[in-house]
Structure formats: C-alpha cells, structure tokens
Design a protein around this ligand. Sequence first.
Ligand SMILES: [Fe+2]
Ligand SMILES: [Fe+2]
Length: 200
Amino acid sequence: MLLVGWERKMKVSKNETPFITDVEELRSRARKSINNGAITPAYQADVKQTIEILQSVLATEIVCILRYTMNAVAAAGISSDSVKEEFDEHAKEEQGHARAVAERINQLGGKPNFNPEGLASRSASQYVDAGNLIDMIKENLIAERIACEHYRELIRFFGDKDSTTRVMMEGILANEEEHANDMHDLLVAHEGNPMLPDHS
Ligand SMILES: [Fe+2]
Ligand SMILES: [Fe+2]
C-alpha cells in the first residue's frame, strides 16, 4: 500500500531516525487477524475470530496506556504542563477502551489477554521511546492514526455480523479520532506547522 502524504513526509523529514520503522508492517500485522481468519457460517468459528481480533485491539490499547503514561511522566520543557495533562487524560481514556474490549472478550467466552509477554507483537501500534516533547506528540499522533485506520476496518468487518462489537468499536474510534485531533493541535501549538494535509 502506498503511504499517504503525511506518512511519507514523516519518513522523509526524519530519514535518519524514523519515528516508526514501518507503517506498512504495523498495518499488515493489524490486518492479519482479518485476512487469516477462516470465515465460515459456523457461529462458533466467528466468535473465535472475533475474540482473536479483540485480543489484538486489547493489546493495542494496552500499548497506548503505557505510551501515554510514560509520556505524561517524561514530558519536560517549556509549557509541558498542559501536554502532560493531555497525555494523562488520554492514558485514562485508553484504559477505558481496554476495559471495554476486555469485557467484550469475556462476554464472548474468551479470556482477555493481559499477558505482557508478546504484547508488542499483538498490538497494531508501537511503543516508541520518544526523546523530546515534540517527538512524543508526533509518535502519539502516528499511533492514533494507525489505530483509527485499523478500527475503521474492523467496524466494516463486523458490520451486521456482530453489531454489539461494532457499536463498541465505533465508540472507541470516535474517541481515538479526538485523540488524534488533540495531538495534532498540540503539535501545531508547539511546532507551528501542521503535519496533516490541510483540506480547507
Ligand atoms: Fe484507545
Ligand atoms: Fe487513543
């Protein structure tokens, strides 16, 4: 898949130390659970596949909690207080997402996987130890954009097959879109130029 404008820009602008190693790799990993799942008319098989997909969403949310919490603690520098607050707020909301997804896995008869072992490989977003405030904001923006794209795909996938899971994911997606927007606003406030294309 071709990289969209802002992603290409990120890769090029920091080519010596890219913020993320490979967006496509993250996406293909995120999609694997959809493409590999055996879609059969058997109800049990669908539930199994849904649980598998939700385990990956849970891992993504846990990584988001960790990243925002670490960022809230590590953020330093001029006018970092408001950014810290924002990171903290997002960490709490990601925790709400993780909890909702875990509850849904449980409802479906699965056991939510909170095992730290293999967490990064189950997640669609990456845990990156960003050095400064701007890099932290950029990393979070990238992670949110990946989560939004992945969740949109999952919403289409669940469609009418599992409307409860779909509605839950729609709620989470709306919140992730707010997060991406918050990070973008912070970036503009701290760096002065927008990273996303201007559609106005
Ligand atoms: Fe989230
Ligand atoms: Fe988020």
